[in-house]
Design a protein around this ligand. Structure first.
Ligand SMILES: Cc1ncc(COP(=O)(O)O)c(C=O)c1O
Length: 386
């Protein structure tokens, strides 16, 4: 992880979302140097558990800059977060709102609305969020039990359709108008994360999302709510590289000429987002190769049949690539190490090495320095040119 690049991304985010509370979603990459870099950039945190909260506090974050955004939480977690000074939560059920009133009295609570998730690589389906009528009910209940109400949503991770933000802000403004008749003002709009990153193709620009959000919030609300954002992927994905080693190259199944390249990193130890080949990472090679390229199937190292990175995306790699060669997988700073299994098949989770101003002093650096690719980038032939 390049902590300086994380700070650059944060600065860019701040410039496009001025007067907005920026709360990094810790789940995307909880490495302490990354958190410290973000504290230095003036960014707060979105935490999903007491452990994430304690981690942020140990990296010098202030409780006032932390939102507990997991709508699913035990009362013990609410009480612990309250004791540690957190006063802002997200909720999507009346029972959780009532728990907050009891265990974190007078807190701010943003009621999460359901989002279709259409256009996202990581939609949330029906797991989270209230419909409009339920949101009105939860907001009114929050006020009744002494909490300060807001509205939240998450458009789905790696969202590439700008209308997803439009639909959610319009829905939130309708709720805001509906509760006005009961004398309630929505003080907060938490628009969550979902800001996309370019992997194998160009994606929606942050500047366009920011412009739309500012316009809609100014136009649709009678009283402008304070806006909060919870970017995860956007701040950290481009700052990370996974360096993998080729374990084996082989042709299979019998009777075919398909070339399989097995890496020592796969779905269970750091690359879960290759599921359904949803995210197609750019690759580069650490040593120079002169042989022609051929289509390959890229696979992970475990004994699980699903541990395959890409068999439909047509990556072409040089024929002289063999065991011991190293491949760099770019844009892997988000949802990689934090998702590694503790040791499925005895393969350890990814080791995270942070470089740059906030990096871990005394830890080994990568085999070659810097985040620049050491060769041309390899992208699937069926992707779109960047
Ligand atoms: C509540 C909440 N906020 C923010 C995020 C960050 O989303 P992203 O990484 O797509 O920006 C997540 C991701 O799961 C989330 O659950």
């Amino acid at each position: 992880m390049d902590t300086d690049l994380v700070v650059q991304r944060a600065d860019l985010f701040k410039s496009l979302f001025p007067a907005t509370d920026i709360r990094y979603a810790v789940k995307a990459n909880p490495a302490p140097p990354v958190l410290r870099a973000l504290v230095s950039a003036g960014v707060g945190f979105d935490v999903a558990s007491v452990a994430e909260l304690e981690l942020c506090l140990s990296c010098d974050a202030q409780p006032a800059d932390i939102v507990f955004s997991n709508p699913i939480k035990k009362v013990s977690a609410i009480a612990a977060a309250h004791k540690l000074g957190v006063t802002h939560f997200t909720s999507d059920s009346i029972s959780d709102v009532e728990n907050l009133a009891q265990f974190a009295p007078r807190s701010e609570v943003s009621i999460r609305m359901v989002a279709s998730g259409s256009g996202a690589v990581g939609p949330f389906g029906n797991k989270f969020g209230c419909g409009p009528a339920e949101t009105v009910e939860a907001v009114l209940r929050a006020v009744e039990v002494g909490l300060r109400p807001g509205i939240a949503f998450h458009v789905g991770s790696q969202q590439n359709d700008i209308d997803a933000w439009r639909e959610c802000i319009v829905a939130a403004a309708e709720v805001s108008r509906a509760v006005e008749s009961s004398g309630v003002t929505i003080g907060r709009l938490n628009i969550g994360g979902g800001f996309p990153v370019s992997y194998d193709r160009a994606c929606l620009e942050l500047v366009d999302i920011a412009r739309l959000v500012h316009t809609l919030v100014a136009d649709l609300f009678t009283v402008r709510p304070q806006v909060m954002v919870e970017p995860g992927r956007y701040l950290v994905a481009p700052a990370g590289i996974v360096e993998a080693e080729v374990v084996l190259v082989s042709r299979r199944p019998a009777g075919t000429d398909l070339r399989w390249v097995f890496l020592d990193v796969g779905r269970y130890n750091g690359l879960p987002e290759v599921e359904n080949e949803a995210i197609k990472y750019p690759l580069s090679l650490v040593r120079a190769h002169s042989a022609p390229t051929e289509e390959v199937i890229l696979s992970g190292p475990t004994c699980d049949g699903d541990d395959i990175l890409y068999q439909n995306a047509r990556y072409r790699l040089p024929l002289d690539l063999g065991p011991g060669d190293r491949i760099r997988i770019h844009n892997t700073g988000a949802y990689t190490a934090s998702y590694s299994s503790v040791g499925f098949n005895g393969i350890p989770p990814l080791q995270v090495i942070c470089v740059g101003t906030h990096g871990d002093a005394g830890r080994p650096l990568m085999t070659t320095t810097g985040g620049e690719p050491t060769s041309d980038l390899f992208l699937p032939a069926n992707g779109v040119e960047l």
